[in-house]
Design a protein around this ligand. Structure first.
Ligand code: ATP
Ligand code: MG
Length: 265
């Protein structure tokens, strides 16, 4: 029996797609035509050399920066940026030092017009869930680095964004605190069914947390490789103990030209 020439596709379009995204700053070409997709509910990590444009990609997705060329598609439709749909945890300047923990957490809710009483109750619930009850009136300077990141993560999650953009959220933390917060993130992502894009320098973090890793080249930056990560165990330590973990780890090191063998004297 002859098949019709073109079968209508039954697959939904990806949640987010970058098509040929290019950006230069002055004479420096930074992004040189990026293409990748993020499916609904996916956890995608972006890794690449420092300065290759990872934060720039987030700024374009968030609608804070315009690309010079290319298209951003949200659920199949071209958009200028996902302002209002993303929760963006930036690489720096996470908390406002002049606001208390509570003041920082309610910020996004206030901006969205939630009544102060309701915003406060919701924030207190989240603070209790993430072990920060009793710190609501503290200022960020009085918290440890891990606690500050937890507050920043709560502030990102509480507005219930469609997509989470996390730019090296744990890079300044010690390893133990990082493992703990990775667990908090994974649990939250599963509980709230979020789509996540994570930028990280840490290859083992990318393997442990993600379903897909996008490897970027040096500038002018292109997608160098895409890896699907098939690790069933969804906890930071469990994933690192999975028999497939080291294979992915070595593959990504080699994509990034990181030497994993002992250098001969
Ligand atoms: N607003 C800007 N004006 C001029 N140049 C910029 C601007 N923002 C970024 N750049 C340049 O673009 C390049 C990419 O910067 P970006 O911050 O996106 O890199 P990154 O991959 O996030 O780096 P890192 O891993 O160190 O965080 C760098 O060379 C940077 O100097
Ligand atoms: Mg950056």
């Amino acid at each position: 029996m002859a098949l019709p020439a073109a079968l209508p596709t039954l697959l939904p379009p990806p949640k987010l797609a970058l098509r040929g995204i290019a950006k230069r700053f002055g004479a420096t070409p930074v992004l040189d035509g990026l293409d990748f997709e993020i499916a609904e509910g996916d956890f995608v990590s972006i890794i690449g050399p420092s300065g290759c444009g990872k934060t720039t990609i987030f700024n374009i997705i968030a609608g804070l920066l315009e690309p010079d060329a290319g298209t951003l598609l949200y659920e199949g439709a071209p958009v200028d940026g996902l302002r209002g749909r993303v929760g963006y945890m930036m690489q720096k300047d996470l908390l406002l030092p002049w606001r208390t923990v509570l003041g920082n957490v309610v910020l996004g809710l206030e901006v969205r017009g939630m009544a102060p009483r309701e915003a406060r109750d919701k924030a207190m619930d989240y603070l209790a869930t993430y072990g920060l009850a009793g710190f609501e009136n503290s200022y960020p300077r009085a918290l440890s680095g891990g606690m500050r990141q937890r507050v920043a993560l709560i502030r990102t999650l509480i507005v219930d964004p469609d997509i989470l953009l996390l730019d090296e959220p744990f890079s300044a933390l010690d390893y133990q605190t990082r493992l703990y917060l990775e667990g908090v993130l994974m649990e939250a992502v599963e509980r709230f069914h979020k789509t996540v894009v994570l930028v990280t320098h840490d290859i083992d973090e990318a393997v442990a947390l993600s379903r897909k890793v996008v490897v970027l080249s040096h500038r002018p930056t292109r997608v160098k490789a895409l890896h699907d990560i098939e690790i069933a165990e969804r906890s930071p330590i469990g994933a690192r103990s999975d028999p497939h973990f080291s294979g992915y780890f070595h593959a990504l090191c080699s994509e990034l030209d990181i030497q994993t063998k002992r250098v001969q004297p």
